[in-house]
Design a protein around this ligand. Sequence first.
Ligand code: ADP
Ligand code: MG
Length: 249
Amino acid sequence: MANKIIQVNGLKKDFHVGEITVHALKGIDLEIEEGEFVAIMGTSGSGKSTMLNILGCLDKPTGGIYQLDGISMGDMNKNALAGLRNEKLGFVFQSYNLLPRTTALENVEMPLYYNGRVRAKERRERAEAALEAVGLADRMHHMPNQMSGGQQQRVAIARSLVNDPRVILADEATGNLDTRTSYEIMSLFQDLNDQGKTIIFVTHESDIARFMKRNVVFKDGRIVKEEWVKDRFNAKQLLAELPVDQDVI
Ligand code: ADP
Ligand code: MG
């Protein structure tokens, strides 16, 4: 049986804003095995990002249990969480979150600075390899504003890979991209998953969710539906069928 990389039981998250309490997560149970490719779906405000932030150790739950690779998050202090995040997780966001005055290569090297064991030469080599893996060998020294949105997102994916994380967490990673570029990004994620990487991908777009193997649907802070995707989309096949001069579907 595959290793259970993520185990969540009765997870809750409340936000307090002035007099108001928002119950963003109301008791989530979720198990994810190594090598899965899961979409967290749902309309805006349903709790997807809150869930992903907790899975990514960027935020703490108000209740319930979260175990990442057998380690319980509840007992950890801030430093330990940051270490775990750096060692086991990679992040890709809708807005790329690249450092603006820093080249693609330096952006990708960034996570390795927090890992004291990696020396400068190895840092450089690993960042170059990650950029090559996402097809950007010829953009290493470009600044973010000298690249297209799709290229910037590929830099972000390279950055998420450079630590060889156990899990990649993506939040609306195709949200700012046109159809063709979205498919190119999904092709990259499908390749990574084929190579064994566990990926959790938040999206509100049901078309995008069909690139994944399993869909988990959130509504109002709860999981309301879970299903294995039948007739999964193959990004490379869809790209081949997309008319050259007609990118919008
Ligand atoms: P989604 O990503 O599905 O659009 P979110 O997880 O961002 O939804 O938000 C879920 C709910 O929690 C929303 O009602 C939102 O207003 C609330 N929320 C999210 N983050 C915060 C925060 N930092 N402070 C207060 N309320 C928040
Ligand atoms: Mg969100």
